[in-house]
Write a protein that binds this ligand. Structure first.
Ligand SMILES: [Mg+2]
Length: 395
């Protein structure tokens, strides 16, 4: 079988939700007084958009092959991501075979080492990598999960991230993860409010439903230890997520030693590459790794991260990222469930996570998704032609 080559690469940006899921209109739960590392500044405490959480926008990468097949992806990256794709990465892609995924990852990563390694550059490499997997799977007329070894179970089960775990329980999810609202800057009164919110939710969902707290890098070890201990004792908190800034590997190791036995420490959504996750594993920072496949280096890197976790008996449950996670999670034993971000403004109904950018995006039904919902070629989604793409650096 002669494989097509890559003819052209295009990068677009688009505003308004989708892969940059923080880019929402006012009044959305995802921007309602959520604790962050910026909460120490009162003027940036009420809204994450106020300090620029939505400045990037979505990056759309399209890769067209010589046989006319087009693979694409969406991730967070916006105009900077477009610049990196068109001005730098396109040279490696155009002319390569559609099967050259591993080599292309290596070239993109090593060619950007002098200004990359993490953050926006890895978001961008992830976007290109996801588009390459989409393209190859479409050329082969198979779903991406088939290229990854095939499903190991008949369906995915999901926990829901959002402000209303009580409603998530009614919708069939296995657990609910709430954002933390009050940072250490709000002192003892804030800590009490955090614990009271959790206790109130526990009283609504009963004893057996998983409840988790997402702290979005906002705490220090001392506060996180007190919060985790009290939340475990008062409300049976299952895990404390991303309690500390991602560079504080030492703090995570200490927190993990400090939390009550049986409670889980999770992190990784702002970590990248096999080397970043190797640090989290070797320093015993957490119990569940949570890479975002659109940020950590794409599917090509997620394979490596997942394997390292598996060899150490750790779970790898990716952060958000919709179909790009689902096609991986369904193929791995150490990814026994998946995350679903509740993107309706009040977290009161299931809507597609990357709405409105993707068409045919599957969503959980009763908290579950059949493997057969992922059987279309590629990642099984189409780019919505009505979203108003902008190509800032055309070639
Ligand atoms: Mg999180």
């Amino acid at each position: 079988m002669s494989m097509p080559t890559i003819r052209h690469v295009r990068a677009f940006t688009v505003r308004g939700g989708g892969a940059d899921y923080h880019d929402q209109a006012a009044g959305h739960w995802i921007d309602d007084h959520i604790a962050t590392p910026m909460s120490k500044y009162p003027e940036y405490r009420e809204s994450r958009q106020s300090f620029g959480l939505n400045v990037l926008g979505t990056l759309v990468v399209e890769i067209e092959a010589s046989d006319g097949t087009v693979g694409f992806s969406v991730t967070t990256g916006g105009e900077i991501g477009c610049w990196i794709v068109e001005k730098h990465l396109a040279r490696f892609l155009e002319g390569a075979k559609v099967t050259d995924i591993e080599k292309l990852w290596d070239q993109m990563y090593n060619a950007t080492l002098f200004y990359g390694r993490k953050g926006i550059v890895l978001n961008t490499i992830s976007g290109v990598d996801l588009a390459l997997w989409d393209l190859l799977a479409k050329v082969r007329k198979e779903p991406v999960h088939a290229l990854l070894g095939g499903p190991v179970r008949d369906e995915l089960s999901f926990y829901a991230t959002g402000a209303r775990p009580d409603l998530a329980k009614e919708m069939g999810f296995i657990g609910g993860k709430m954002p933390l609202h009050h940072s250490p800057a709000e002192r003892e009164a804030g800590l009490r409010k955090n614990l009271d919110m959790l206790a109130d939710m526990r009283s609504k969902v009963g004893d057996d439903f998983w409840l988790m707290l997402d702290c979005w890098m906002s705490l220090d070890v001392e506060y996180a230890t007190r919060l985790a201990t009290a939340a475990r004792n008062e409300s049976g908190l299952k895990w404390i997520e991303e309690a500390l800034p991602p560079d504080d590997y030492w703090g995570y190791a200490e927190l993990r030693r400090n939390v009550p036995r049986g409670m889980l420490v999770t992190t990784g959504e702002h970590e990248a590459t096999r080397w970043g996750f190797r640090l989290l594993l070797e320093m015993e920072c957490c119990d569940i790794l949570q890479p975002d496949v659109g940020w950590c280096g794409g599917i090509t890197e997620l394979i490596k991260i997942s394997s390292m976790a598996d060899a150490r008996g750790k779970l790898m449950v990716p952060h958000g990222s919709s179909v790009y996670s689902y096609h991986f999670v369904i193929t791995r034993h150490n990814s026994p469930f998946a995350e679903f971000l509740m993107m309706s403004p009040k977290a009161d109904e299931v809507v597609p996570m990357f709405n409105p950018q993707l068409l045919d995006e599957p969503v959980p039904v009763n908290g579950r998704m059949k493997a057969s919902a992922l059987d279309a070629p590629g990642f099984g989604v189409r780019l919505n032609p009505d979203i108003g793409l902008h190509r800032p650096y055309p070639r």
